[in-house]
Design a binder for this molecule. Structure first.
Ligand SMILES: Nc1ncnc2c1ncn2[C@@H]1O[C@H](COP(=O)(O)OP(=O)(O)OP(=O)(O)O)[C@@H](O)[C@H]1O
Ligand SMILES: [Mg+2]
Length: 238
C-alpha cells in the first residue's frame, strides 16, 4: 500500500494544502482537478523530483524512487536513440544491459504494439506510437508504481480512446499500481478503479468515486454516465 500525505508551497504560494490518500496494490487511480491545482506537482513529489512537507510511505517504509516509472505529458524520448534504445535507457542508467534485458525490451515493445519498429527513431513514429514508446520505457524498469501525467492529452479523440483501451490491457497484464492524472472525466471513469477529485488550489482531496463498472467499459451506458455525473458533482461542475 502506498500512503500519501503531502503539502507544498512555491515561494509563498500554497499549492497543495494537504493531499491525503492511499492506493492499494494493483489499483488504477485517476486524479482529476482543475488546471493549476497541483496535479503535476503531486506526481513530481511522489517521483522524488520535488521537495515537500509530509510523508509518503510504501508498504510502511519510505518510498524507494527506483520502484517508480514516470510517463510524462510530452513524450521526452531521446531523439538520437531508436525505439529499443529508448526502452533500454532506463535500465542502462541503473546497470549494465544484459541479453535478458534486451529480450525483455523487445517483449515490452511487442506488448505496446510496436513490434517491427524496434529500430525506428522517434521522429519516424506517429504521436500515438511515441506515447506507447513512452509507456514501454516506463514499464521497462519494472516499476511497482506507474505515474502518468496526462499522457494522452495531445492525441485526437479516436487515438485517445484506442490508447485508453490498450493501457487497460497492459495494466491488466502487468498489475502495477497506476496513478494517472487527467483533465478528462470520461477518461478517468473509463480507466480508473477509483477516481480522486482534487479541490482548486490550494488543493486537497474533495472526494473519491469508486468505479464499479465491468471491463471492458461501455462509455455510452447509463451507469457510465452516472459515474461521470458523480465526479462532476465533486468538481462542482454540474
Ligand atoms: N517550479 C515551480 N515554481 C513555482 N511555481 C510552480 C512550479 N511548478 C508549479 N508551480 C505552480 O504550482 C501550481 C500547480 O502547478 P501544476 O503544474 O502542479 O498544476 P496542474 O494541476 O498540473 O495543472 P495543469 O492541469 O494545467 O497541468 C501552479 O500555480 C504553478 O504555477
Ligand atoms: Mg499538469
Amino acid at each position: 500500500m502506498l500512503e500519501i500525505s503531502v503539502s507544498k508551497s512555491f515561494d509563498g504560494l500554497k499549492v497543495i494544502e494537504n493531499i491525503e490518500f492511499k492506493t492499494y496494490p494493483g489499483e488504477f487511480v485517476c486524479v482529476v482537478g482543475e488546471s493549476g491545482c497541483g496535479k503535476t506537482t503531486l506526481l513530481r513529489i511522489i517521483a522524488g523530483l520535488e521537495s515537500f512537507e509530509g510523508r509518503i510511505t510504501y508498504r510502511g517504509k519510505i518510498l524507494d524512487r527506483r520502484s517508480i516509472g514516470f510517463v510524462f505529458q510530452d513524450d521526452r524520448l531521446l531523439p538520437w536513440r531508436t525505439a529499443i534504445g529508448n526502452v533500454l535507457f532506463g535500465i542502462e542508467i541503473r546497470k549494465k544491459v544484459s541479453e535478458e534485458d534486451f529480450k525483455l525490451a523487445k517483449e515490452i515493445l511487442r506488448s505496446v504494439g510496436l513490434q517491427g519498429f524496434e529500430n525506428y527513431y522517434p521522429k519516424e513514429l506517429s504521436g500515438g506510437m511515441r506515447q506507447r514508446l513512452g509507456i514501454a520505457r516506463a514499464i521497462a524498469i519494472q516499476p511497482e508504481i506507474l505515474l502518468m501525467d496526462e499522457p494522452f492529452a495531445s492525441l485526437d479523440e479516436l487515438s485517445r480512446a484506442k490508447m485508453q483501451e490498450e493501457l487497460v490491457e497492459i495494466w491488466e497484464k502487468e498489475k502495477k499500481t497506476v496513478i494517472f492524472v487527467t483533465h478528462s472525466i470520461e477518461e478517468a471513469v473509463f480507466l480508473a478503479s477509483r477516481v480522486i477529485v482534487l479541490t482548486p488550489r490550494p488543493s486537497k482531496v474533495a472526494g473519491e468515486v469508486e468505479i464499479e463498472l465491468e471491463r471492458p467499459r461501455d462509455r455510452t451506458s447509463p451507469d457510465f454516465n452516472l459515474y461521470k455525473k458523480r465526479v462532476l458533482e465533486l468538481l462542482r461542475l454540474r
